[in-house]
Write a protein that binds this ligand. Sequence first.
Ligand SMILES: Cc1cc2nc3c(=O)[nH]c(=O)nc-3n(C[C@H](O)[C@H](O)[C@H](O)COP(=O)(O)OP(=O)(O)OC[C@H]3O[C@@H](n4cnc5c(N)ncnc54)[C@H](O)[C@@H]3O)c2cc1C
Length: 271
Amino acid sequence: MAVVGNGPVGQTAALLLAKWGIRVVLLDGRPERDPIGSKAICQQRDVLDVWEAVGAGSRIAVEGVTWTTARTFYRDRELFAYSLADPGRSAFPPFVNISQARTEQILDELIADRPLIDVRWGHHVTGIDQDGDGVTLHCEGRPPVRADYAIACAGAKGDEVRRMLGVSFGGHSFDDRFLICDIRADLPGWAEERRFYFDPEWNPGRQVLIHPCPDSTFRIDWQVPGDYDLEAEERSGALDARIRAIVGERPYEIVWKSVDRFHSRVVDRMQ
Ligand SMILES: Cc1cc2nc3c(=O)[nH]c(=O)nc-3n(C[C@H](O)[C@H](O)[C@H](O)COP(=O)(O)OP(=O)(O)OC[C@H]3O[C@@H](n4cnc5c(N)ncnc54)[C@H](O)[C@@H]3O)c2cc1C
């Protein structure tokens, strides 16, 4: 089997295939792993169950933060809070927070231990030909790769692969963007809570989401206007003021920051 895309979905697909004794070529156009940022932090129980099937679920659950309370605020008023239900039949809690960089690292370690998985970075797939016997993947500057089947795990930015397969990615992109910062700070009492603020006076008309992560790190997502300028905010000191509105006068460190747009899209077919 060939797997196109060595992100968390491609990594997981490769590990599951290897578990069934199937040889896998795992292709990715990037030169190597770039382990930065929390990105997909909140892993729910069914994902942990899948990862447990390949030997990663318990490790990720133990290293991650299990948060137990979800608080929702409107302006300065708490609307409601609920505690997450007992795990039930699964050994795992409903949600675990851990950075995507760390989950990718754990999955990479397992992949390195599976001789059936052949990892090939620097393999940018530019063409896909299917025939009655299998599929040929054409890679820029590399010999073609032949496989019985291929799985496309090219992620949200994988339009090129979707075009080759004639798959559409319909849906909606939002005008507003999100400023995302991983901040290390000591916030007593917040380590097991997810906080969702709507229209707080320190981000009027928009929302803010705060998730606890390992190592006293908090992932904060501020909804910001489409023309938001992070560099200008850093220069003017407004970013510090934005963070101080949440952490107060406590010391803090920015571990990672990014500005992203939210999309709600789905492919029209999976096969
Ligand atoms: C700033 C930011 C914040 C985010 N926050 C969240 C969040 O809070 N929650 C959440 O669930 N998700 C979040 N995400 C999204 C999250 O990172 C993705 O959901 C996740 O990476 C999806 O994994 P994937 O394996 O499907 O795709 P990806 O991680 O995108 O991996 C796809 C891989 O395919 C490779 N590829 C693409 N095209 C080709 C080609 N033609 N040839 C070869 N290789 C190719 C790419 O190089 C890439 O390595 C965030 C992302 C960003 C950038």
